[in-house]
Design a protein around this ligand. Structure first.
Ligand SMILES: [Zn+2]
Ligand SMILES: [Zn+2]
Length: 269
């Protein structure tokens, strides 16, 4: 469009220049030149008509282009309206999108927190599982110890029962031994009593024997048995040697009676 205007302006300017040249040619040229100028003017006129025709043609073309431009502007206005409508539809959608994005970020944050929490929980679960395994191992060890202790206790009870049986047997044996010992002590006491009685009897017998021997021994020197009977007191008091050795006047060693006669020797059994 501007090209058309510019070209029209150039053409008009050129026309002015040509008119000036024509005027100058008229002024300068001769008659022949005037003829030539006239032909030139005719040619110029033809060119001008041609230019005017071209100008009209270009003008029509420009009008068509203006119509086309107007149609395109109208179309653009319609498109702008559609764009505005779409934008008005897009605005709430973008608000919803922003809200959705924010919600998605929130959800992702929550998911991250949940994943972290899940990791923590898994770590805790792993720790708990380890502790559980350790506790089970400890429990197994404790149960094994308990079984060993029960077996030991059973053996202990068994040996204790055996020891109690042996103790009972030993106590019974001891009771029997004590009974036997008591019986032996009783027997020993009886034997001692018997021995004491026998000793007493023997002592009594010895005393009796001693007394009898004293009675039978010579009352002067005691080394020989009495064997001479003094008369008239009838005491058997001295042995034959002491009887012979009695000083005169002879007196009985027992009763001091005068001895008139000595009979003997007499023999005791
Ligand atoms: Zn004598
Ligand atoms: Zn006498």
């Amino acid at each position: 469009m501007q090209e058309l205007f510019q070209r029209t302006a150039e053409l008009e300017e050129r026309e002015v220049q040509l008119k000036q040249r024509v005027a100058q040619g008229r002024a300068d040229a001769s008659a022949a030149e005037a003829e030539e100028a006239r032909r030139e003017e005719e040619a110029e006129r033809a060119a001008r008509q041609h230019a005017e025709q071209k100008h009209d043609c270009l003008w029509q073309e420009a009008a068509a282009q203006r119509e086309e431009t107007a149609a395109k502007e109208q179309e653009a206005a319609g498109l702008r309206q559609q764009l505005a409508a779409v934008q008005s539809q897009v605005a709430p959608l973008s608000r919803q999108l922003a809200a959705a994005v924010a919600y998605r970020q929130l959800v992702e944050k929550r998911n991250a927190a949940l994943a972290e929490h899940a990791d923590t929980v898994e770590a805790q679960a792993a720790q708990v599982a380890e502790q559980l395994a350790a506790v089970q191992v400890e429990k197994a060890a404790t149960e094994a110890e308990l079984r060993t202790a029960r077996a030991g206790l059973a053996a202990e009870q068994h040996s204790r029962a055996a020891a109690e049986g042996a103790l009972t047997a030993a106590q019974e044996e001891l009771a029997r031994e004590q009974e036997r010992r008591a019986a032996a002590e009783t027997e020993a006491a009886a034997a001692r009593d018997a021995a004491a009685r026998e000793q007493e009897g023997r002592a009594a017998a010895e005393r009796e024997a001693g007394a009898a021997q004293t009675q039978l021994a010579c009352s002067v020197r005691l080394s020989l048995p009495r064997s001479v009977l003094s008369m008239p007191c009838h005491h058997l008091a001295v042995c034959t040697s002491c009887a012979a050795a009695l000083p005169a006047p002879r007196a009985c060693p027992l009763c001091r009676a005068m001895v008139s006669q000595q009979l003997g020797p007499v023999f005791l059994p």
